[in-house]
Design a protein. Structure first.
Length: 118
């Protein structure tokens, strides 16, 4: 399994970014795809997740109403649309995958840096 994250960058507060995670190496039905982030000096945290086979989503409180996770089965890609960005959203963002029912994400992509300036 390979996960390739992209789309990070520098954006002003209030702006938007869309992160992409290209997935390859297997079919992902039966998987949950997640976006995590690790702010500077802090631990990595889950931001949002989506089941590959059905569009069941989960968001942390900080993401609700501002971020949208989606997947394009034809392109084998998971997206994280981030709107109304805040400086506290500054972090390295990672995409990850796990089998439905498993506790831990065991496939990780490289991170993509999102910097939100005030």
């Amino acid at each position: 399994v390979q996960l390739q994250a992209s789309g990070g960058g520098l954006v002003q507060a209030g702006g938007s970014l869309r992160l992409s995670c290209a997935a390859s190496g297997r079919t992902f039905s039966g998987y949950i795809m997640g976006w995590f982030r690790q702010p500077p000096g802090k631990e990595r945290e889950l931001v949002a997740s989506i089941r590959w086979s059905t569009p069941i989503t989960y968001y942390t409180d900080s993401a609700k109403g501002r971020f949208t996770i989606s997947r394009d089965k034809a392109k084998n890609t998971v997206y994280l649309q981030m709107n109304r960005l805040k400086p506290e959203d500054t972090a390295v963002y990672y995409c990850a995958a796990k089998v439905v029912g498993e506790n831990a994400y065991d496939h990780w992509g490289q991170g993509t840096l999102v910097t939100v300036s005030s």
